[in-house]
Design a protein around this ligand. Structure first.
Ligand code: S3P
Length: 448
């Protein structure tokens, strides 16, 4: 787990000419779900390309604590022998999900309709984040939750022994909340219905269908209506996890702002519920092409090619696109600093409850490095200084947030003076090979 050890200060020095191929690791969302759904199937699920970052490894550990057998071959293939829907055993110990909101919220949902009591905790970032958004709908199934004030971890959930199916409209655009309710619905008899007003990443729906659950999705006037029939027998799967578009964002954006760069990032999933950043970058005038477009495992996939783009312009990012790029606003704000004009980002209140308050963390760090940023509760705007216009030279706090740390490391590659983060250790939660991968492209990252 990150954030439990000594802080690792990290400095990124200005460079030119990032070049080469960047093979980023597996998708974090799909990796968590592969382990959890595999643990709820009967028989052996096999997974290749699993992201071996701290967040996902914590989920693997949790699945073992619930009674699933989870092993890894030397070649990196993972095997999960599941216990079946409703088959989770009560863990002997507290479930520690480290830094991962996705891990803890999905696992809470999966265990909520099993007759077991489970205590959850996490690191200094996760224990600040809101859990009532998940425990409120889980209460409708009959699950009881007691935690700290403000609905925060550590928290104990007593699973519903006699769960009832629910109908729930998700009040915030959150794939984690949607998924927690669907996973709880798996072990409730009858049909559980989840309605979302804004479409969020749909990996849970797609993967549950792949595991053999009866699940339908309808676009209606009410929103996206997802109907799941409870108590299926999930069938084990063979899963090849695609590469993570959220991790790909870092080498792509580094190439766009660093003079002389030309970087290929192969095999990136462009599921429309995840690809909002790339649409936005192209609207800004980025030299970003999708090569070798294909379909893999039912998802659109492309090789992304990004070249230095000195003519990018600030734009207004449509708020209805927010859910499809929610994790990418920190790195977008770095690109926006190198564009000309203002980039306005609205409808992004959710950024305030991520691993850190991402608007505050980025605004503070960008200002310290010479970029003007305005902000309100659910919007922020970045005043671009044009290519190479970021002064740099400051030390920024990463607030136990991997994406804040990586965003400022990318910023330092194209600023006038180096940029330092106080702690780069959270990067291992989602992108354990960030440093060697960026260094191989030509970045100059120093830890001391
Ligand atoms: C995720 C959903 C998003 C995202 C997170 C991964 C998922 O969180 O920020 O990194 O895998 O379901 P929210 O559901 O809080 O928007």
């Amino acid at each position: 787990m990150s954030g439990h050890g000594t802080p690792v200060p990290m400095t990124s020095h200005p460079v030119t000419g990032l070049t080469g191929t960047a093979e980023v690791p597996g998708d974090k969302s799909i990796s968590h779900r592969s382990l959890i759904f595999g643990a709820m199937a009967v028989g052996e699920t096999r997974v290749t390309g699993l992201l071996e970052g701290d967040d996902v490894l914590d989920t693997a550990k949790a699945m073992r604590a619930f009674g699933a057998e989870v092993t890894r071959d030397e070649d990196g293939t993972w095997h999960i022998h599941g216990v079946g829907v409703g088959g989770f055993a009560e863990p002997d110990q507290v479930i520690d999900c480290g830094n991962s909101g996705t891990g803890v919220r999905l696992i809470m949902g999966a265990a909520a309709t099993c007759p077991i009591s489970v205590t959850y905790t996490g690191d200094a970032s996760l224990t600040k984040r809101p859990m009532a958004r998940v425990t409120d709908p889980l209460a409708l199934f009959g699950t009881q939750a007691v935690g700290r004030s403000g609905g925060r971890l550590p928290m104990t959930l007593v699973g519903a022994a006699d769960p009832v199916p629910v109908r729930y409209t998700v009040p915030v655009p959150s794939a984690q909340v949607k998924s927690a309710v669907l996973l709880a619905g798996l072990n409730a008899p009858g049909k559980t219905v989840v309605i979302e007003q804004e479409a969020t990443r749909d990996h849970t729906e797609r993967m549950l269908a792949g595991f053999g659950a009866e699940i339908t999705v309808e676009d209606t006037d009410e929103g996206r209506v997802i109907t799941l029939t409870g108590q299926p027998e999930l069938q084990p799967q063979v899963i090849a996890v695609p590469r993570d578009p959220s991790s790909a964002a870092f080498p792509v954006c580094a190439a766009l702002i660093t003079p002389g760069s030309d970087v290929l990032v192969p095999g990136i999933g462009l599921n429309p519920t995840r690809a909002g950043l790339y649409t936005t970058l192209r609207e800004m005038g980025a030299d970003l092409s999708y090569e070798n477009m294909r379909e893999e495992g039912g998802e659109p996939v492309a090789d992304l090619r990004a070249r230095f783009s000195p003519d990018m312009k600030g734009i207004e990012v449509p708020p209805e696109r927010a859910a499809s790029m929610i994790d990418e606003y920190p790195i977008l704000s770095v690109v926006a600093s190198h564009a000309s004009g203002v980039t306005m980002m609205r409808g992004v209140k959710e950024l305030r409850v991520k691993e850190s308050d991402r608007i505050d963390a980025m605004a503070t760090g960008l200002r310290a490095n010479g970029i003007a940023v305005d902000e309100g509760e659910d919007w922020w705007s970045v005043h671009g200084e044009g290519p190479g216009g970021m002064a740099g030279g400051a030390t920024v706090q990463s607030h136990l947030d991997h994406r804040i740390a990586m965003s400022f490391m990318v910023a330092g590659m194209a600023s006038k003076a180096p940029i330092k983060v106080d702690d780069g250790s959270p990067i291992t939660t989602s992108f354990p090979i960030f440093e060697p991968l960026m260094t191989a492209l030509g970045a100059e990252l120093r830890t001391r």
